[in-house]
Design a protein around this ligand. Sequence first.
Ligand SMILES: Cc1cc2nc3c(=O)[nH]c(=O)nc-3n(C[C@H](O)[C@H](O)[C@H](O)COP(=O)(O)OP(=O)(O)OC[C@H]3O[C@@H](n4cnc5c(N)ncnc54)[C@H](O)[C@@H]3O)c2cc1C
Length: 261
Amino acid sequence: MMHEKDRTIVEISAGIEAQMRRHGVEYLSGAASFQAEVQHHPDVTIRVAVATSHTRLVHARHVLIATGSEVAPPAGDVIRIDERVVVSSTGALNLRQLPRRLVILGAGAIGMELGCVYNSLGTEVFVADYAEKVLGFLDADVSSFLLKHFLAAGFRFRMAHRLVSCEVQAGDRARVSIQDSVSGRVETIEDVDVVLIATGRRADTKGLGLERIGIHPDRTGRIPISASFEASISLLTDGGIDRSQERVRGRRCGPGNHAGS
Ligand SMILES: Cc1cc2nc3c(=O)[nH]c(=O)nc-3n(C[C@H](O)[C@H](O)[C@H](O)COP(=O)(O)OP(=O)(O)OC[C@H]3O[C@@H](n4cnc5c(N)ncnc54)[C@H](O)[C@@H]3O)c2cc1C
């Protein structure tokens, strides 16, 4: 299954790269970050690390930031993603062995979707969430209908539970402790092969060097934008960056603000 998935990704990516070339789009593969603005220069400079020892500088009048989102782990540093035993959705889509027991933290869209995949392959699936309702963004009737379906398929739920700790032990087995927020009772799930963190996602803007060009994301990484989706320095004139755009209207935010991102 993973082999087929890897092959499909390679095929589709190669197809898209070919389309970009055909339409005159240059594709640079590498981490990009903004460089400090050059005074009286209207363009923004972006550094792209295209290889370990090779970078390219690209200048542009307009830049579209589309860096997507990353997993937002539970608060309090109680768990660390290693993409091996403790995984995000990225690691969960790349497991080389079928887990016997999977604990999913977060009963949202991603947790339940991947839970269904592994449940249908025969994995024992536990789902814990501090919310009371599975797929809480859905209408209550739909959520309880789906809950019945998940229970019939063999899922085990610990709703209204929060994560207390997760230890990865010798032999790559995890021990996950969760606490019932009503009774305060702590339960430990032993011998867990994989723990999937599906507790939400946040904007992936760190590492872009936005502060170097005067953009300050909020604490969840989102970029304040205007009603026309422009960041604070978007209007560049021949005299340099027009600071009048810093009067950002409203608090609509950039990457990560749309459902499912
Ligand atoms: C497990 C999972 C399942 C999902 N299922 C669905 C679904 O069924 N239906 C649906 O509509 N949506 C789904 N989504 C949401 C959907 O994937 C996102 O909404 C969508 O990918 C957002 O697109 P994007 O282009 O903004 O960001 P992304 O697709 O995340 O693309 C961002 C790109 O930016 C690159 N990047 C990041 N930082 C840098 C940098 N510094 N320099 C250079 N490149 C950088 C990343 O490598 C990546 O290629 C799912 C998401 C997940 C995680």
